[in-house]
Design a binder for this molecule. Structure first.
Ligand code: NI
Length: 481
């Protein structure tokens, strides 16, 4: 009996001992692990990072230096492209790459190569800084060239969009400021209306901008649409209050058409129209200077107001002249027009077109807008001195008259940068009634017959002499321009 009790106690004692030993061993293992982790984090990693001899205590995100833009600009400014591209400025200050600290496994792989400079691995090309960091998530100039680094730190090629701007990077990753997309400007007239919002959806989804030439009388009913245009980067244009033929109005009434519309626009979105378009394209120098805004006609008329048919609208634009610098006329008050636009906008973007507002297009082509009328920003028009405010072609063959900063062109070219179907020959239209010069002298004659102003359609008879029927076969002013 005693022996059994004794043996039982011995057994329990031994069990206790074993448990204590186990716990001690466990504690040792944990302690060793802690030491290992401490050594790796506290000593080995800093040593790796210190390869460049820089302090590692605060290695993390150092803003990449912004000394870069000047370098690219000066090299390119001498060769200002014949087409007037002005995209050479890299906005490195806002889009600059940041230096990423080392983190995670893949970075350790990178760090294992340890030499500062360019490196390649199976994922591409990346740049190792002397302090062990690498560039990521933006643009960075290295050795005189600008590169774009992905968030993972790899150099990107091809088109990169940063906000609304596009930049082209060659196969070796260097930025090429001479490359640009085919830039065109969609314009939508006579709205806003019930279909405008769907069009804005499409524009926003495709990172595209357009210009809306709106009627003041429609603005009050669609104020939130007008505000949204501003919010997504579209341009606010005026198309008069209620679409009269301006040739039938006295000049005070013309002024009121646009000042009333500006007031409505300001109430809707806080800003006046920056650009204008005359109903039926009926503008002259008096009207333009009275309104005091750059006027626009178009180079491609979709004729959507006459078709009211989605596929015909679509074909008219997609098979039309979409040369870089074109201005396209459509109407967002017609449902088929909006449906056609919604179809073609993503397709054009996918094909490499850049859809801009008219003011963005002008700026991209090196044109400072004046108070005159513009129908396109084609290179051919720019280089022939037909576009007022274009400063990029001082070496053009007939540059004797337009070598100054565009003010000459503004007065002498108003007839040739005229309204109408610019895709054929815009000068035909004015030649019908006036010579190349002095078109403003004849302008007063168009104002007669003002007794019947305000109506949309009885202007065709009055203006027959202005829009020479032989050069324009459409019923120019009967419809909804
Ligand atoms: Ni119109």
């Amino acid at each position: 009996m005693d022996k059994r009790v004794l043996r039982e106690r011995m057994r329990k004692k031994q069990q206790q001992l074993r448990r204590r030993q186990m716990m001690k061993k466990g504690a040792c293992v944990v302690a060793v692990l802690l030491v290992v982790i401490f050594v790796i984090r506290g000593i080995i990693l800093p040593v790796i990072n210190r390869v460049g001899g820089k302090n590692v205590d605060k290695p993390s995100q150092v803003q990449a230096e912004v000394e870069t833009t000047n370098g690219t600009d000066t090299t390119d400014s001498g060769t200002t492209d014949s087409d007037g591209t002005d995209q050479s400025e890299v906005q490195t200050s806002t889009n600059a790459a940041i230096r990423q600290p080392l983190k995670g496994k893949s970075d350790l792989t990178k760090a294992s190569q340890l030499t500062a400079g360019w490196h390649d691995d199976e994922n591409g090309k990346w740049y190792q800084n002397a302090d062990g960091t690498y560039f990521a998530g933006g643009m960075q100039e290295i050795d005189g060239s600008t590169y774009y680094f992905s968030d993972n730190g790899y150099v990107q090629t091809g088109w990169i969009s940063v906000g609304f701007d596009d930049y082209y990077f060659n196969d070796d990753g260097t930025y090429d400021p001479s490359q640009h997309k085919t830039r065109i400007a969609f314009t939508f007239d006579d709205g806003p209306g019930e279909y405008t919002d769907a069009l804005l959806d499409c524009l926003e989804e495709n990172n595209a901008h357009a210009t809306f030439f709106m009627l003041g009388q429609n603005v009050e009913n669609w104020q939130s649409e007008v505000q949204r245009m501003v919010d997504i980067g579209c341009e606010i244009g005026s198309h008069s209050w209620d679409h009269p033929n301006l040739f039938n109005l006295d000049i005070d009434s013309v002024a009121k058409q646009f000042s009333d519309t500006d007031a409505a626009l300001e109430a809707a979105c806080g800003q006046k129209a920056s650009v204008a378009r005359a109903p039926y394209g009926n503008w002259n120098d008096d009207i333009v200077s009275t309104v005091g805004k750059p006027f626009f006609t178009w180079s491609l008329d979709s004729l959507d107001w006459s078709y009211k048919d989605v596929s015909k609208d679509y074909d008219a634009v997609m098979n039309g002249d979409l040369t870089d610098g074109s201005i396209i006329l459509m109407h967002d008050i017609h449902e088929p027009s909006v449906q056609a636009a919604i179809q073609m906008i993503p397709e054009l973007v996918a094909k490499g077109y850049k859809l801009m507002t008219v003011s963005e297009l002008a700026a991209a082509k090196g044109v400072t807008l004046q108070n005159t009328c513009y129908s396109d920003f084609w290179d051919s028009s720019l280089n022939n001195g037909l576009v007022a405010g274009y400063s990029g072609n001082s070496t053009s063959t007939d540059g004797s008259t337009d070598s100054t900063d565009g003010s000459d062109a503004a007065s002498s070219d108003s007839s040739s940068s005229d309204s109408g179907s610019g895709s054929t020959d815009s000068s035909d239209i004015s030649d019908g009634s006036s010579d190349s010069d002095g078109s403003s002298d004849e302008d007063t004659s168009y104002d007669d017959g003002s007794s019947d102003d305000g109506s949309y359609d009885d202007s065709s008879g009055d203006d027959g002499d202005y829009y020479d029927d032989s050069s324009y076969d459409g019923d120019y002013s009967d419809e909804e321009y």
